[in-house]
Design a binder for this molecule. Structure first.
Ligand SMILES: Nc1nc2c(ncn2[C@@H]2O[C@H](COP(=O)(O)OP(=O)(O)OP(=O)(O)O)[C@@H](O)[C@H]2O)c(=O)[nH]1
Length: 437
């Protein structure tokens, strides 16, 4: 029996190469990586004299500051990775997962008037969080993902030896929990190496799996570090509509402000009026100026103006929001590449960080999104959003294994404090329903 297990092929041999990308729910007719687009039109209005963008004045900081920055929490440890700060707050009502828009619908005309934007809760309404509160929230947020795993593990390993059959069942369980075939095979093989033929308890299995998951995700757990020499450090935020780009920008803006940095926001999703007004609300909440134009304006031109303005004002960080509609993939690709090309006219090293937001509730669909956006722009950081309430949080493990792109932070709620640096060990333990210390 033991030989059968050890005689198995290595994960990379057994795992179908593009298994993950073939997720049933991805409509890759419109979303699949495509050939290089035709030559994009020459840089926009941006480089030529253009109407001055609308610059939201920096709201008066005196009233905003106390509400934006909670008093220091004594129990929270001081060590906070650069770029990401204070942990989050009271439980946030869990939204039903927002579906990723992939359907090949015709591209609508820009909507001229501003529909009412959802108003994020005021920063002041959220209680300052503690470290303990953060782990509780992470564990609670991942409870749907972890209960799937822990119930399965208990079912397989109650009073049972670790034999071939048990290992196969475990491997299947890990695949259905979105860890991906390669990761599932790797983690199971490690368990077999140390425990094969022995009676193992569900607790032992969970602890071993948590340790293996932690090993896989540790190399990608890298905080978002700003280069203080850059004025500004330009962060381009890309991702499919509804994955949390704008919300993540708001959360990051709060954190950077809390570190004493000056922040400017650019409403680069000029396609949707609601996206612009939503970013303006985040600008007001966090006390950051927002560079915006009317709906339908050229996004690259807007980004150029924003960077010019941020440079003139020696702003520390410029966060650029973008559109994420994949219905017209070629159009999106052209738009994103044009933004990058145009801002490079001002700073050839920009954007310094290109962050892709991924909605954890979409599971393996996230793999296709990484491939698509990586082909469009040089994605060099990921943020996994909506880990709260997702039963598919295991996807982070397979993303780490496959793409090895740094995961800078995770979102566990809609509140302004609900973004945290990605802590590999806490995540692995929470995913396996174990207590994170
Ligand atoms: N539960 C939960 N909801 C989140 C999280 N991040 C964002 N959301 C919610 O997801 C929804 C979409 O977020 P947006 O920030 O508007 O997403 P977007 O990518 O900017 O979408 P568009 O503006 O349509 O391009 C909003 O209702 C957010 O409040 C998270 O970590 N957890």
């Amino acid at each position: 029996m033991i030989f059968r297990w050890f005689g198995r092929k290595k994960p990379e041999e057994t795992a179908p190469k593009d298994e993950a990308a073939k997720d049933e729910s991805v409509n890759l007719e419109s979303a699949a990586p495509a050939a290089e687009p035709e030559e994009a039109p020459e840089p926009p209005a941006a480089a030529t004299p253009a109407p001055k963008p609308e610059i939201e004045p920096v709201p008066e900081l005196a009233p905003a500051a106390p509400s934006t920055e909670p008093p220091p929490v004594p129990s929270a440890p001081a060590a906070e990775p650069a770029g990401i700060s204070a942990p989050p707050a009271a439980p946030v009502p869990v939204e039903p997962p927002a579906p990723v828009v992939f359907a090949p619908v015709p591209e609508p005309e820009p909507v001229p008037e501003l529909p009412p934007a959802p108003a994020p809760a005021a920063v002041a309404e959220e209680a300052p969080p503690t470290r303990k509160g953060w782990f509780a929230k992470l564990k609670e947020g991942l409870s749907k993902s972890s209960s799937k795993l822990t119930d399965g593990i208990t079912g397989i390993f109650t009073k049972r030896k670790l034999d071939d059959e048990a290992l196969e069942e475990l491997e299947e369980l890990l695949i259905t929990a979105d860890l991906g075939p390669a990761t599932a095979a790797k983690v199971t093989a490690e368990l077999a190496r140390t425990r094969f033929g022995k009676e193992v308890s569900p607790e032992e299995v969970k602890a071993t799996l948590a340790a293996e998951v932690s090993k896989i995700v540790t190399p990608v757990a890298k905080p978002l570090v700003l280069d203080p020499a850059l004025k500004p450090h330009v962060i381009l935020v890309v991702g499919v509509n509804g994955t949390g780009k704008t919300t993540t920008i708001g959360k990051l803006a709060r954190q950077f402000k809390a570190e004493g940095k000056s922040v400017m926001l650019a409403a680069g999703d000029t396609f949707r009026a609601a996206a612009v007004s939503q970013l303006k609300i985040w600008g007001e909440r966090t006390g950051c100026p927002v560079v915006a134009r009317d709906t339908g304006a050229d996004a690259a031109g807007l980004a150029y103006d924003a960077l010019e303005r941020a440079r003139a004002e020696k702003v520390d960080v410029l966060l650029i929001d973008t559109a994420g509609r994949l219905q017209n993939k070629t159009g999106l690709m052209e738009e994103l590449r044009k933004i990058v090309r145009v801002i490079k006219k001002l700073d050839e090293t920009a954007p310094h960080t290109t962050l892709l937001t991924l909605d954890a509730t979409t599971g393996q669909n996230a793999h296709s999104q990484v491939e698509i956006f990586r082909d469009m722009v040089n994605v060099n950081g990921l943020i996994l959003t909506k880990l709260d309430g997702s039963a598919r949080g295991g996807v982070l493990v397979s993303l780490a294994e496959k793409f090895k792109i740094p995961v800078h932070a995770i979102g566990v709620g809609e509140g302004v404090y609900d973004l945290r640096p990605f802590d590999a060990d806490a995540f692995a333990k929470s995913l396996m329903g174990l207590h994170a210390d």
